[in-house]
Write a new protein. Structure first.
Length: 272
């Protein structure tokens, strides 16, 4: 047995490669969550009543990314790095909580200025299941996406590409959660959902890095999306959906520029 890791030296080198570990975390998170969320997806599709065990599986499915991070970080003795970074300036937490509703509001104001009448201006958590989702998905996801995978992928690909990889994975991770009575998500719903999550991932990465990789900020930023959950908006609001994506794209562009500058600065300092 290896005295440092507690594992046999014959184990795959993947456990010691940080970037590969990031990819393994993404894959493992998806596999765990798909296993737990698929039964409910097919229950919804069939129109049947979900048994209590299937409902419990859905709640557990939110923890796929964090469970993946725990499984990978524990043998590498990196639990403190993944789960222990909580210090953050209050302004970063406050910004994280309001940034997504604020960006959505800009898009809604544009829609109104163009003569539109949005079904709702905001989609706050007004039901018990909305509040539960805010808590469960923030805690269940962020230690995997931002706590474990993002920093490791950033070391190989840089922060912007890493954020894009995490964002695309997020859409695949949500696949069974996007099922309706009509079945799997349609092409439009999946494409716009993927675009939204990918753009949001870049914005989250910017504030996460700016805060010194604080998990408090990552959790607050994730919660921000649930404080105004536009995924509950009517699918018929096509223009408003595109406006939201446009506003997010502009914000993501500036976030990516800031991430690139800070990454280059850090690389220059490390070279001396």
């Amino acid at each position: 047995m290896n005295a440092v890791s507690g594992f046999s030296p014959a184990l795959p080198s993947i456990l010691n490669d940080r970037a590969r570990g990031g990819y393994v975390c993404l894959v493992l998170a998806c596999l765990v969550t798909w296993q737990l969320s698929a039964p409910m997806a097919f229950v919804i599709w069939s129109g049947a009543t979900a048994p209590p065990l299937v409902v419990a599986f859905v709640a557990l499915s939110a923890f796929g990314p964090s469970l993946a991070a725990l499984a990978l970080a524990a043998p590498r003795r990196e639990l403190g790095e993944v789960f222990g970074r909580w210090h953050a300036h209050p302004k970063h937490i406050a910004l994280a909580l309001i940034v997504m509703p604020a960006l959505h509001l800009v898009a809604t104001l544009l829609e109104v200025a163009m003569g539109g009448q949005p079904a709702q201006w905001f989609y706050p958590p007004v039901r018990a299941e909305h509040v539960a989702a805010l808590v469960l998905f923030s805690v269940g996801e962020e230690f995997g996406w931002r706590g474990f995978a993002l920093p490791r992928l950033s070391e190989r690909h840089g922060p912007v590409a890493a954020a894009l990889i995490v964002g695309v994975t997020l859409s695949a991770w949500h696949f069974f959660m996007w099922f309706t009575a009509d079945g799997p998500p349609g092409l439009w719903a999946f494409a716009t959902g993927t675009a939204y999550l990918t753009l949001a991932s870049v914005i989250i990465a910017w504030l996460f890095e700016k805060s010194g990789r604080s998990m408090a900020v990552a959790l607050a930023m994730h919660a921000s999306g649930h404080l105004d959950n536009v995924f509950r908006a009517p699918a018929s609001e096509l223009r408003l959906t595109l406006l939201r994506l446009g506003v997010l794209a502009i914000a993501a562009f500036f976030a990516a520029r800031a991430l690139t500058r800070s990454h280059r600065a850090a690389s220059s300092e490390a070279s001396f």
